[in-house]
Write a protein that binds this ligand. Structure first.
Ligand code: NCD
Ligand code: ZN
Ligand code: ZN
Ligand code: ZN
Length: 350
């Protein structure tokens, strides 16, 4: 048995409030524990989006009542909260900015709004950005001009990871994360996954992009699942929303890379625990550990997942290594597929 620290996933969508048929704080944090995560950082593209004190209060209250693992929440950057965002900075793990079209209406499109948000946001609190292609160049420059910490979400392309590498070499205060799906899947997997189900932002990319992520592993600070559940009915509909669930497959996929010699165990722990904890100022969880059996082989089956969405883009993958037990703050909260923590055991780590 391997003993790991409680892992931290810096990018999850728990869909509450507004879309609890996809996931809620209970089911999403259950999926986290099953995947070896004891803390999840929740995204603000909910309905309503988390851009105001009231919506943030409501989300924190719901999470405190329902979560079975610990959590922190991102504030959304909207056109409506340029003045008020900084007042809420102490209550969140960062501000999230959507600079491109993805799921939900939360998005910033005016250069002036982006610059104002970045200029006003406190220096010690990260700004996480969904920024693909040219928006990546924009947020890197704006962050550097105002000397703010910018964290780039789900990097997927060769030219993006190379730009981030160059920014780091210049001394920019930039960090980044990559998802397991961009490390293990490419556009060639789309037909197999199914057209609607394979919709995700950023899109699955070319082999050269996937390979560039592996070749620039030292530039990648965190692995993030970008757990973005939608139901199968929605994914198989005429208008499929983008997003993959990922909390329950991330660790075994990345552990496979350790077995393959492409990643070290220390490198895995750095990107799934130490770095997310440092980057987002997450409080230490005492007496917390994950017992992981490196020898168990299992097949990914959507129907077996804790996530309410009950499907996976990795359906049918044969993975090696499974979470057996999770102890969170001294209490056994997960054992062999069973959630043992009561609803509301999770606490806010900000
Ligand atoms: C995410 C979602 O569904 O909320 N979808 C996705 O494809 N990644 C939004 C996002 O993370 O961009
Ligand atoms: Zn995104
Ligand atoms: Zn996301
Ligand atoms: Zn392998």
């Amino acid at each position: 048995m391997l003993e790991l620290p409680g892992l931290i996933d810096p990018h999850v969508h728990l869909r509450e409030p507004g879309a609890t048929h996809k996931e809620d704080f209970g089911s999403g944090t259950a999926a986290a524990l099953a995947g070896g995560f004891t803390a999840v950082l929740a995204m603000p593209n909910t309905d309503p989006p988390l851009t105001t004190q009231d919506s943030l209060d409501a989300a924190i209250t719901l999470a405190s009542r329902k979560a079975v693992c610990d959590f922190a929440i991102f504030l959304g950057a909207g056109e409506d909260n340029i003045q008020s965002a900084t007042d809420l900075a102490q209550r969140v793990c960062g501000m999230k900015m959507y600079l491109d079209q993805t799921y939900g209406p939360l998005r910033l499109q005016q250069l002036g709004s982006i610059a104002d948000h970045v200029q006003r946001w406190p220096k010690d609190n990260p700004i996480a950005a969904h920024s693909e292609g040219m928006s990546l160049a924009a947020i890197l420059l704006i962050g550097a001009l105002y000397d703010k910490h910018v964290h780039i979400c789900h990097v997927s392309l060769r030219e993006e990871i190379l730009l981030i590498k160059a920014a780091k070499e210049k001394g920019y205060r930039v960090t980044c994360e990559v998802t397991p799906h961009h490390l293990f899947l490419t556009e060639d997997d789309q037909p197999h996954i199914g057209e609607g189900r394979a919709e995700v932002r950023p899109r699955l990319a070319a082999k050269k992009d996937r390979d560039a992520l592996w070749e620039n592993l030292e530039v990648i600070d965190c692995f993030a699942s970008d757990h973005a559940p939608h139901t199968l009915d929605e994914k198989d509909s005429k208008n499929p929303p983008p997003g993959f669930p990922g909390l329950e497959t991330a660790l075994a996929l990345l552990f496979g890379a350790v077995n393959d010699g492409r990643l070290t165990m220390d490198g895995l722990i750095a990107r799934m625990y130490t770095n997310p904890q440092r980057i987002f100022g997450i409080r230490n969880q005492e007496q917390t550990r994950v017992e992981f059996d490196p020898d168990v082989r299992w097949e990914v089956k959507g129907a077996d997942l804790q996530s309410r969405c009950k499907w996976s883009p990795f359906e049918g993958f044969n993975l090696k290594g499974k979470v057996r037990r999770v102890t969170l703050r001294g209490r056994l909260v997960f054992e062999d597929g069973v959630i043992l923590a009561p609803a509301g055991f999770g606490v806010n780590l900000v």
